[in-house]
Design a protein around this ligand. Structure first.
Ligand code: UD1
Ligand code: CA
Length: 465
């Protein structure tokens, strides 16, 4: 591509039907805001000069796209043509090239549609090229009007269309490529003479064609690329569409799904062949999962990397790393900064935070490990707690290789348990334990003979009165 291309993303609308303070482009599809899908499509198409038109609660989008896009504020929502006019200073700076226009609420237009559309636009010497698709239910979209020869004639909105025009199933995706100079000139000529009293961007097609300039349509084979969300039902449809697109791709790559109920996997997740995903598994953010794992049921992973041959059953994990051949669950939470090394075993009702658990270490039941560095081959008894917080500061616990932490041990940090050291069950360990030693820190047993018998006879006396 020798010609320069910039992009304008229309994202000023409120999306009234969402009934929310969140600008519509910030609503998420598979855990990723729609606007990010759109920006990513530009970036993957090699377009880095991007201007976002914001309006409704504009601060939210401005903050979100900072560093990736310029922004302009459309103070009044007077239609898509008016929105593009708001960005005219940006477009003027790119006057010698072409402008890609995208809707901030239509996340599925990818670089694989954008790039061939740009090629066709340039090859045909068009002033404008609209990206279209034929869809089963065109309700609500602008329809593409064509001459009997099949050339594009214009776009008519649902509200302005005749009954006959409403039968047309080829629709306007809301994505276009314009020659920048042609766009700037034609924008000045549009008027709000239509059913909605808005400045329609789509009117630029008529204006350009009237001036003898070329308009074309790039028709996508995939009807899903044009889908947008106008309300929450539409958003759910987008999520389900994206969900199954990813599940189908993963199946082609050798991933097995026993049941897709409640399964949602984000666009930035890679999963190795032979891995089985069970029901209720949600994987979001940047995650990579190796081969031959079993993930689920009821597991949620966010920004988590998992090796191969690992089983995660009812696990919640954020910003963590899990090695190979690890077994975790059921009902385990891994909080940010956790690293579980190869062959470790983490059992039920265990929470681990900001800690490293060494190779083959077992933390089998009812345990909290926070801010700790745990060696390899360590065994945790049931109910161990690292006491990492004194109400003001957090401290670390260090446990050497092959140590044995007795049941119900409190490890009061900062504290260090040596290699192959033991702690006695029920101990509250407040001092470092040397390598190979046993530490028992609890009061000695006191046996009071006859105490229970006396209590029992008192109770019997009271009840027989
Ligand atoms: C628009 C198109 C329609 C197309 C559809 C595809 C026009 C006149 N119609 O209709 O042909 O089939 O998109 O989804 O262009 N926006 C602003 N400022 C405004 C108005 C809108 O920034 O003043 C933004 C919205 O936030 C949204 C996009 O532009 O991201 C499209 O606006 P919307 O009102 O949803 O247009 P549609 O009626 O769906
Ligand atoms: Ca729309």
């Amino acid at each position: 591509m020798n010609e320069s291309i910039c992009a304008v993303i229309l994202a000023a609308g409120q999306g009234k039907r969402m009934k929310s303070d969140l600008p519509k482009p910030m609503f998420q599809v598979l855990g990723v805001p729609m606007i990010d899908w759109v920006i990513r499509a530009c970036e993957r198409a090699g377009i880095t000069d991007i201007c976002c038109v914001t309006g409704f609660n504009h601060e939210v989008i401005e903050e979100h796209v900072k560093g990736r896009c310029e922004t302009v504020i459309q103070t009044e929502r007077k239609g898509t043509g008016h929105a593009v006019m708001t960005a005219s200073d940006f477009i003027k700076r790119h006057r010698d090239g072409h402008v890609l226009i995208l809707n901030g609420d239509a996340p599925f237009i990818g670089h694989d549609t954008i790039l061939p559309a740009i090629d066709e636009h340039i090859a045909n010497g068009n002033s404008v090229t609209v990206i279209t698709a034929e869809i089963a239910d065109p309700y609500g979209y602008g329809r593409i009007l064509r001459t009997p020869q099949g050339d594009v004639k214009g776009i008519i909105e649902e509200k302005d269309a005749s009954d006959q025009q409403r039968q047309i199933r080829e629709i306007n995706s809301g994505a276009y490529i314009f020659r920048a100079d042609a766009l700037l000139e034609s924008l000045e000529k549009i008027t709000p003479n239509n059913a909605q009293g808005e400045y329609y961007l789509t009117d630029t097609l008529y204006i350009l064609m009237n001036e003898g300039k070329k308009a074309g349509a790039y028709k996508s084979e995939d009807p899903d690329v044009v889908l947008g969300a106008n309300d929450r039902r539409g958003l759910l449809l987008l999520n389900n569409t994206a969900r199954f697109a990813i599940i189908n791709r993963l199946m082609d790559e050798g991933v097995e799904f026993t049941c897709t109920d409640g399964v949602s996997i984000g666009p930035d997740v890679s999963i190795g062949a032979g891995t089985v995903i069970m029901k209720g598994t949600i994987i979001t953010g940047k995650c990579s999962i190796g081969e031959n794992c079993v993930i689920g049921p009821d597991t949620m992973l966010c920004n988590t990397n998992v090796g191969y041959g690992t089983h995660l059953n009812s696990v919640q994990s954020h910003d963590s790393t899990v090695g190979n051949g690890v077994t975790i669950g059921p009902w385990v939470q891994l909080r940010p900064g956790t690293v579980i090394k190869d062959g470790a075993k983490i059992g039920d009702f265990v929470e681990i935070k900001n800690s490293t658990i060494g190779e083959r270490t077992a933390v089998a039941h009812l345990t909290y490990v926070g801010d700790s560095d745990v060696g390899s081959g360590v065994n945790f008894g049931c109910g161990v707690v690292t006491v990492n917080y004194d109400g003001e500061k957090k401290f670390r616990t260090t446990i050497g290789d092959n140590a044995f932490i007795g049941c119900n041990t409190n490890l009061v940090a900062p504290v260090k348990i040596g290699n192959a050291a033991y702690t006695g069950a029920g101990s509250t360990i407040t001092r470092d334990v040397p390598d190979g030693a046993l530490a028992v820190e609890r009061s000695d047993v006191r046996i009071v003979e006859g105490f229970g018998t006396r209590r029992l006879s008192e109770r019997i006396k009271k009840n027989t009165k």
